[in-house]
Design a protein around this ligand. Structure first.
Ligand code: NAD
Length: 352
C-alpha cells in the first residue's frame, strides 16, 4: 500500500475494494449533510446507485459532466447545486466529472469528494481546465484539490480495455514529464518512478484479467502517484502539445496523450538522456521513447493521430499553435522540430 502522506499529500486518500458501497460511512466522518453526486451521462446509473447509498444525505444527481469542463455545463450544475442546497459534491468518474466538481468548488466553495473511475489523475491536482467559447484555460488553486479521494478498484474494473490502456498512458505521461521538470526534486522523481514502475507491473496483469481487483488497485495506486506528481511540478512539451490538440482540434484526451507520449519523449530525450534513462530501465528497450512506444503498441494502444480526425492539412496549423506561446522545455522548441514530431505522431511512425 502506498503511504500517500510520505509524498507530501494532505488529502484523505483511501484505496479499498467496495468503497462505493460503504459511502455513507465515509461521508459521515466529513461535515457533509447535502451531497450532490456528479457523473457524465454515460455513468448516470452509477450516480443513482451512489445517491441511493447516501440515503438522506443525498441532495440529488447531476449527470451532465462533459469533456474539458464547458462553462455552460458548470453554470447549469451550479444552479442545480444552489436549488438543492448542497454543501458537498461527490464527483464519480474520470477527469471530466472531477473537473466539474472543481469548477463548482471554485464558484461556491463546496467540499469535494472524488471517486475516480479512470487513471487521468485530476483528483490529485489543484488544477482546473475549463472551456469557454472554444478556448480552454487553466486555473491553479490549492482549494481546488478534492479533500477526500476514494479509490475503489471495482469502479475502474468497468473501464473498457481500450480506455484502460490510453488512460494509463495519460497518467504515465505526467510521470515522464515530471522526470525532467524544471522544478523537480528527489521526492517528485521518486514519486514519478513509483508511478511508472507500478503501471509497468500492473497494466499487463489488468489486461490479462480486466475484472481482477488486485491488479486494478495497483493501477489506481500508480495513477495516484502520477496524478500527485502532476500537481507538484511543472509540465512541458508533451502536455502543451496535447492541450493544443485537444483544445483546438477536439482530439480525445486520453488517446492523444497515449499517441504523443513516445514522440515528445524522443524530442526531449535528445536533451536530457540521463533524466529519462530510468524509463528504459523500467520498460526495456533501446531508448526511453522506443520503450514507451513498444509498451503502448504491445498493449493495443492507438498509435496514429490520423485515426482520431486530425487531417494532414491540420499539421501546419497545429505546429504553429504549439510554438505560439513560449514555455520552458528541456529541449529547444523549434517549429520544424515540432512539425516533424506531429507528422510522426499523425502517421503512427516509430519515434526518432
Ligand atoms: P473522461 O472523464 O472524459 O471519461 C471518458 C469517458 O469514459 C466518459 O464517457 C466517462 O463517462 C467514461 N468512463 C469513465 N470511467 C469509466 C468507467 N470506469 N467505466 C466505463 N466508462 C467510464 O476521461 P478522462 O480521460 O478521465 O478525463 C479527461 C478530462 O480530464 C479532460 O478534460 C482533461 O483535461 C481532464 N484532466 C484534468 C486534469 C487536471 O489535473 N486538471 C488531469 C487529467 C485530466
Amino acid at each position: 500500500m502506498f503511504d500517500t502522506a510520505k509524498y507530501g499529500s494532505d488529502q484523505a486518500v483511501i484505496f479499498e475494494a467496495g468503497l462505493h458501497r460503504a459511502l455513507a460511512r465515509h461521508v459521515s466522518v466529513l461535515d457533509a449533510n447535502r451531497v450532490l453526486v456528479l457523473t457524465t451521462p454515460h455513468q448516470s446509473d452509477l450516480g443513482l446507485e451512489l445517491a441511493a447509498q447516501l440515503g438522506a444525505k443525498a441532495a440529488g444527481v447531476f449527470c451532465r459532466a462533459a469533456m474539458h469542463t464547458p462553462v455552460e455545463v458548470t453554470e447549469e450544475a451550479l444552479a442545480h447545486l444552489q436549488d438543492v442546497g448542497a454543501d458537498t459534491v461527490l464527483a464519480a468518474g474520470g477527469g471530466s466529472t472531477i473537473g466539474l466538481g472543481k469548477a463548482l468548488a471554485l464558484r461556491s466553495g463546496v467540499t469535494q469528494i472524488a471517486l475516480p473511475t479512470t487513471y487521468a489523475g485530476s483528483e490529485c491536482t489543484p488544477i482546473l481546465g475549463q472551456t469557454e467559447t472554444g478556448v480552454k484555460t487553466t486555473i491553479t488553486d490549492e482549494n481546488l484539490r478534492p479533500a477526500t479521494v476514494l479509490y475503489d478498484p471495482e469502479l475502474v474494473a468497468t473501464l473498457p480495455v481500450p480506455l484502460t490502456v490510453t488512460s494509463a498512458l495519460n497518467a504515465m505521461a505526467h510521470a515522464v514529464e515530471a522526470l525532467y521538470a524544471q522544478d523537480r526534486n528527489p521526492q517528485s522523481t521518486e514519486l514519478a518512478l513509483t508511478g511508472l514502475r507500478s503501471f509497468a507491473g500492473a497494466l499487463p496483469r489488468v489486461l490479462e484479467d480486466p475484472a481482477g481487483l488486485e491488479a486494478r488497485l495497483a493501477t489506481q495506486q500508480a495513477a495516484w502517484a502520477c496524478g500527485t506528481v502532476l500537481g507538484q511540478v511543472g509540465m512541458a512539451l508533451h502536455h502543451k502539445l496535447c492541450h493544443t490538440l485537444g483544445g483546438s482540434f477536439g482530439l480525445p484526451h486520453a488517446e492523444t496523450h497515449a499517441i504523443v507520449l513516445p514522440h515528445a519523449t524522443a524530442y526531449n530525450a535528445a536533451a536530457v538522456p540521463d533524466l529519462l534513462a530510468p524509463v528504459t530501465g523500467i520498460f526495456g528497450g533501446a531508448d526511453p521513447a522506443t520503450a514507451l512506444w513498444q509498451f503502448a503498441k504491445d498493449h493495443g494502444a492507438p498509435m496514429a493521430l490520423r485515426d482520431f480526425g486530425l487531417a494532414e492539412a491540420d499539421l501546419d496549423r497545429a505546429a504553429d499553435l504549439a510554438v505560439q506561446n513560449p514555455y520552458w522545455n528541456p529541449n529547444e522548441i523549434t517549429r520544424s522540430g515540432i512539425r516533424d514530431l506531429l507528422a510522426r505522431a499523425w502517421g503512427g511512425d516509430a519515434p526518432i
